[in-house]
Design a protein around this ligand. Structure first.
Ligand SMILES: NC(=O)c1ccc[n+]([C@@H]2O[C@H](COP(=O)([O-])OP(=O)(O)OC[C@H]3O[C@@H](n4cnc5c(N)ncnc54)[C@H](OP(=O)(O)O)[C@@H]3O)[C@@H](O)[C@H]2O)c1
Length: 269
């Protein structure tokens, strides 16, 4: 791999979730020290942090003798609706690692509510979705900005990757508030990219339906139908979403304020 990330520190909110786990693994395999951010899944996050490979254990990196000493992966609380806790996270990162190079805002929430059933999408659910999916990523960036924007000896930038959704453009998804939250997230990626340049790049990675364990547990006929509506005739693998995040950190070094789609061409259908 060109552009090893050894020596860099990455925080993944929602790190123990279906996509979060794949993203943590990809970043660890590229040499990052990974902070698995969790809300309620502390045990799963700790277990994941314990099994992520350290840079020295990654065969592709073993030939690099000049790599900085790897720092252990860890699991830390990152409840994105709690700004005080996010400030604590920033302090802990400062003390433990002295840096944060990559923030992946992967935390997200939703619940299936058929779009015509407006009464079922009550204010509490609407507010919870917006607080988690759009205010949360903003709060995480606000808290970690001083670390992300800190000058680096190699002249590199900090990076924020917001995990959006194809629902942002199709307005088809688990409920109306979820679709709106992801459209807002893509818009916010642009505002933040402008506001934080040149020190920090900000990108959205926008998956179509991804075959996480949760999605695999759903009605096979429904999954088959979703795949059939996708030009590439299948769902995204979590590792394919993770590969897009990795590309943002490695190869897409002159990209900021744009949306990287990982959707098999679904909007074309
Ligand atoms: N799977 C898909 O098909 C798909 C497609 C497009 C976009 N996405 C997006 O990808 C992201 C991850 O989805 P997923 O499929 O991996 O879902 P998931 O397995 O349900 O994971 C969701 C994660 O969000 C975290 N989270 C929820 N509320 C939080 C809060 N208030 N503070 C911090 N973390 C919170 C959860 O953490 P805890 O468990 O610790 O509470 C969990 O790790 C989401 O943003 C989702 O919208 C998913």
């Amino acid at each position: 791999m060109s552009g090893t990330l050894a020596g860099q520190v990455a925080v993944v909110t929602g790190g123990a979730g279906g996509l979060g786990e794949a993203i943590c693994m990809a970043l660890a395999q590229a040499g990052c020290s990974v902070v698995v951010g969790y809300n309620s899944s502390a045990d799963a996050a700790r277990a994941l942090a314990a099994r992520l490979p350290l840079a020295a254990q990654v065969p592709a990196l073993q030939a690099h003798t000049a790599l900085p000493a790897p720092q252990a992966h860890t699991a830390l609380p990152a409840p994105v609706t709690d700004s005080t806790a996010l400030a604590t996270l920033a302090d802990t990162l400062r003390q433990r690692y002295g840096r944060c190079d990559i923030l992946v805002n992967c935390a997200g929430t939703t619940r299936f509510v058929p779009h015509p059933q407006l009464d079922a999408l009550d204010d509490a659910l609407f507010d919870q979705i917006l607080a988690t999916n759009i205010r949360g990523p903003f709060a995480a960036v606000r808290a970690l900005r001083p670390l992300l924007a800190a000058p680096r000896s190699d002249g590199g930038t900090g990076l924020v990757v917001n995990i959006s959704s194809i629902a942002a453009v199709t307005a088809m998804g688990s409920n109306i508030a979820y679709c709106a939250s992801k459209a807002a997230l893509d818009n916010m990626s642009k505002s933040l990219a402008r506001a934080l340049a040149p020190a920090v790049r900000v990108l959205s990675v926008s998956p179509g339906l991804a075959d996480t364990d949760f999605v695999k547990s759903m009605d096979p006929a429904w999954r088959h139908e979703q795949a059939g509506r996708t030009p590439l005739q299948r769902l995204a693998g979590p590792d394919e979403v993770a590969a897009a995040v990795l590309a943002c950190a490695t190869h897409l070094s002159f990209s900021t304020g744009t949306v990287i789609a990982v959707d098999g061409g679904r909007p074309l259908a």
